[in-house]
Design a binder for this molecule. Structure first.
Ligand code: SF4
Ligand code: SF4
Length: 107
């Protein structure tokens, strides 16, 4: 059953006249510094794209750090930086690649 939330999350189709192969978008990356995590789960709870989950792994402090949900990719990340703002342990951050010189994204 499709909820209104599912409908809102559905990504729009790009118009056929836009050649997406001309626009290279480098993927950003969500870094998790596992040993700093204290398993408060705030990043998991408040991620608007719901791409994080608690992992089965245990860090040196005995906590389960977050991980990317299977089937999700970093392309699903909205790059909102909310996880890094909300993490009390500075254990997660988002790296956005610099634009390549001459990239068509700069136009
Ligand atoms: S940057 Fe935003 S969308 Fe990406 S993992 Fe963090 S909270 Fe989720
Ligand atoms: S917000 Fe930080 S400390 Fe809390 S679960 Fe996420 S990475 Fe770990």
């Amino acid at each position: 059953m499709n909820t209104s939330l599912d409908r809102r999350r559905k990504k729009p189709e790009w118009p056929a006249f836009i050649d997406l192969s001309k626009y290279k978008i480098k993927a950003h990356h969500v870094h998790i510094i596992k040993e700093r995590c204290k398993e408060c789960e705030w990043c998991i709870i408040y991620c608007p794209e719901e791409i994080l989950e608690k992992s089965d792994k245990i860090n040196v402090k005995g906590y389960h750090p977050p991980q990317l949900i299977e089937g999700k990719t970093f392309d699903d990340c909205a790059e909102c930086h909310f996880c890094e703002l909300i993490c009390p342990e500075f254990a997660i951050y988002v790296e956005v690649p610099e634009e390549e010189e001459g990239s068509e994204n700069n136009e």
